[in-house]
Design a protein around this ligand. Sequence first.
Ligand code: B1M
Length: 225
Amino acid sequence: MNQEELLNRLTTCVEKGKADRATPIPPEMKDMEGASELTVQLLNAGTSPEDILNRALIPGMKRIGDQYSRGTAFVPHLLLSARAMNQAIVHLKPYFDSGEIESKGIFIIGTVKGDLHDIGKNLVKAIVGGSGWEVVDLGTDVSSDRFIRALEENPGASVGLSALLTTTMVNMEQIVKDIRARFTGVKILVGGAPLTEAFCKKIGADYFTLDPQQAAIYLDTTKQL
Ligand code: B1M
């Protein structure tokens, strides 16, 4: 298989939830390589982690997300796809982490209260961490008090808030307010598919992006030298 075919097959694996060879679904792919093995093959063949992410993994999640929107896929399908995507990302992480860079500072990240989506947050974590920041990952469903505790434990840290639901992005506003009431000068980044620049401004956060690489670049510009 050439690189293009491998990328296409990887997209299908994420879409269908075929995490690895042992995953029995979908039946037509039984005993075939899954997302995990194909990612290793692509890396070994010299495909960049960015291409694997942007040309195979993210399109696979988009396909299943679109089917969910149309009512032709359901929550269990989303979970299987998320599992396949996460198994592929495990192999990309060492590439994002490579370089042994001295820590540029601390970045606290979490998916906000009420929200369990963590794939995007994990990508931001991997890319910001790989660009030399020490990342404190608070996980999902994170409320103000946990962000505040983490800031107390890591003075001078910056904070990243992720949300994927229109019903949970509104919780960001309270979290930003609570952080601002307690600390001055904390840089707060927000991201996640339903957000906009206007929303970021409205809630008083410092920076909005949908691109994890831009989050890393923004953090670099805030770094005290
Ligand atoms: Co859910 N889900 N989900 N889901 N899910 C969406 C988000 C949805 C758009 C699907 C749809 O209707 N088409 C919809 C939201 C609708 C809305 O609010 N407008 C939805 C829904 C409704 C739900 C439930 C309510 C379904 C239900 O139970 N009835 C439920 C809610 C659970 C909860 O959170 N309380 C739910 C559950 C789930 C699963 C658990 C099954 C699973 C998540 C598994 C997991 O994350 N471990 C899941 C999934 C997988 C999705 C979709 C299919 C994929 C999300 C994803 O991972 N995308 C999604 C549909 C879609 O997006 N097409 C959908 C890939 C990821 C790389 O992109 O997270 O956007 P994303 O991250 C991007 C950028 O946004 C950015 O970087 C990433 C790289 O490009 N980014 C940041 C993200 N955070 C950032 C932070 C930053 C900077 C950039 O700085 C701090």
